[in-house]
Design a protein around this ligand. Sequence first.
Ligand code: AMP
Length: 509
Amino acid sequence: MKSFQELNVSPELLKAIQELGYTTPSPIQAQALPILLAAAPTDFLGLAATGTGKTAAFAIPLIERLDPTIRAVQSIILCPTRELALQVSKQIDLIGKFKGVQALPIYGGTGYGDQLKGLKRGPAVVVGTPGRVVDHLEKGSLKLDQVELVVLDEADEMISMGFKEDLEFILGKIPPGMCNTWLFSATMSPGVRRVADEYLRNPKQVQVNRTEMLPATLEQIYYSTQESNKPEVLCKLIESADRFYGIIFCQTKSMVVDLTQFLRGKSYPVDCLHGDLDQSARERVMQSFRDKKVKILVCTDVASRGLDVQGITHVLNYSIPREMDSYVHRIGRTARSGQSGFAVSLVTPSQRGLIHRIEKFTQRKMKEGKIPTRKEVGTKKIGNLLEPFRTQVNFARAIELLDPSWKQELTGKPVDEIAGRFLCLLFPEIFAAERAPAAAAAEEGGQRTLSIVRTSIRKNSDSDGGSRPYPSPRRDQDRRGGDFRSGGDSRPGKFGKSRRTFERGPRQH
Ligand code: AMP
């Protein structure tokens, strides 16, 4: 494969790419860059999903084409979501750093003030979501008469989210004949085909195979379990992982809210993203996740579009998506840039057929995982304490606080008994099962149902029919004094107090 240098990338951009740590072009970059960097401008159709390096595949040639001294919008990139618009804009800034090119992100859900100021400065590149771009065009604050290059990023998503009319309106504002259009899409849906036929002239086309899209460092595992056991299985998987910094995907907003509450109740560092959060809440959640203050992000597909975070160890499908493309989109968030990653799916026995569909679609085998037993989870948790135990430096101060009754209690007890007693204090939930051998044995078989969940759900749906609105994370946050990560209420059965079951509710994002 050719290097970035051999692909004729300019020294300013090479320096920025080097700083970003990109050593070799990804398959989509290796195929697209020779076409998009060629002297003869062309329209382009790139079939590649998120996670393939497609942003740099269009950002590098786009920046090369711009003249940073001209104070007018020369290029516009349209993205389906605010998160993606922000990410693409940041990536343009990073790659364009030494050429003096900066992008202006414009998206909905936030005020117009900064965007209007930014537009007045005449940015070379605007990265926007279709709705807000239309608003600015209608206000006259955005002019596209000097645009030479349009990028439609994740075009399939924009069309499936109902932005087709907005796209047509925007494309109609660009003077015909002087502009190239580059369209990127994970799939060639009929809607994308129609847009491509209408707006691209003799496009050069590049496609990254599905197998190329999935990195070799990605391991796909599924666990078979009943729906009602999923919360418990999920906790076991999180706790038995060497490291867990991951995204959990649910089908609906209500599922996202319920599962987040449940995990928060267990004191996991968790937060969520879904369509009802306003822009500042989304950004706050994303920042906490990037800073690793939040280690578990629960979200819907749409809320997570284009989400690009480094070092994600797990993508967990709490429920498998109906569309195979969503599956590929989801799992593309882990195992990036040569790092290893796990794509974990929870499937009910009746969904096992989906596993074969996924295997066929991704042309990769999935491994069936064995749900760890409580004992295995306990061994792992205790094992994880070894290093922090070794590296404790303040233990002498703790010893000073032991009063005579403590000393008397410890005297003469074997070391492992002392360790055992402290471990019971630290992890009561691990050892609680040992007190009830029959229940523990049933659970080890993975068959135990969360009776507490079922009972409370029944009770709640009897009492209010499930129609009372579920407390939103924002309101919830307010109740807890503004800290999402305060550990929350760890009373058992919190999850069971859900007013909606995980199975119910319309599909919504
Ligand atoms: P994208 O598909 O554009 O969302 O990119 C996925 C991730 O891959 C982003 O975190 C990029 O920073 C990273 N990336 C893009 N190109 C390369 C490359 N050539 N080498 C290593 N990482 C890359």
